[in-house]
Design a protein around this ligand. Sequence first.
Ligand SMILES: CC1=C(CCC(=O)O)c2cc3nc(cc4[nH]c(cc5[nH]c(cc1n2)c(C)c5CCC(=O)O)c(CCC(=O)O)c4C)C(CCC(=O)O)=C3C
Ligand SMILES: [Fe+2]
Length: 306
Amino acid sequence: MSIVKTGKTGILLLGFGAPRNMAQVGPFITHIFRGKNPPGQVILEMKARYQAIGGSSPYLAATITQGKKLEESLRKLGQHAPVYLGMLHSEPFIADTVDQMVRDGIEQIIGITLAPFYSKVSTGAYQAETEKRVNAYPQIKVDYLDHWHSQPFFIKAWARKITEVLQDFPPGAEVPLIFTAHSLPSDPPDDAACYEKQFQETVQLIINKLAHKKFHLAYQSKGKRPGHWLGPQVEEMLDELSAQGEKQALIAPVGFISDHMETLYDLDIELKKPAKLGKIDLRRTSALNDDPEFIQGLAELVLAMK
Ligand SMILES: CC1=C(CCC(=O)O)c2cc3nc(cc4[nH]c(cc5[nH]c(cc1n2)c(C)c5CCC(=O)O)c(CCC(=O)O)c4C)C(CCC(=O)O)=C3C
Ligand SMILES: [Fe+2]
């Protein structure tokens, strides 16, 4: 039997958050800096990036679509469970959404992080924020759908996507694949250990399906905070491939499940600047976004929860 109790269960999609428009960029960055004033320079730099991708982030819209599709998939599988969004650093904030779920009569929350790899600053923080609010409501029970980074549907969807884009390259030498995930502060190293391990597992499983020899793991979108961050950075990886004489590369941003600033700016604009790119024909796959196989896989996992 599934743990979903019809009419009483709500799905809570958890994520980092993003600004919907230019006016929200400042408050969003301030929230990431935990309310401490971020240097004006950082806000200006971030505003320029959001401006460069069209003046807002598509993250929330993409996430709303994922939620609607997940609700539809669950309904097709015979379960009615409304899907809600809760964000750590922007509206709709996790605490407000939990309050709304309670007002709607939800008694059981199933939390799903909109990112595959566990870290303290992402999934850990989203779950802690959920727990904090849920503690105010003794009648509410929360379960989390975790560790879907190694599930066959996720691996298959990525292998298919990569295969499709590889076919677009001119025939010739094997194209090196660069798998990317968001970088993390790696001090203390324990904080990033689970994240790195899950990233490696996902990549290995995709590679097992592809029978591809040239592949690399790299990190992207390192933050402003000083100190050690997980590497190599994707820029360093491109330099290395260039030095080895590679003329092509394909980036698969497996650490993200939707396209937003970190893929649309950091990969599609920043990395393509000629000084960084050299002579490499660099392409990337999109993120999974509302890929039907991906959404259906998540729905089936929810129903299989015990
Ligand atoms: C692991 C991880 C994910 C993946 C998990 C998930 O997706 O759930 C993620 C997603 C995202 N990160 C995003 C944006 C930003 N992240 C920042 C800063 C940081 N991210 C970090 C980690 C992560 N971030 C960390 C450790 C910092 C430094 C914080 C500090 O120093 O305490 C900064 C501040 C500037 C800077 O420091 O660079 C921005 C603007 C957006 C929105 C994109 C859009 O708007 O389209 C999304 C989805
Ligand atoms: Fe981030």
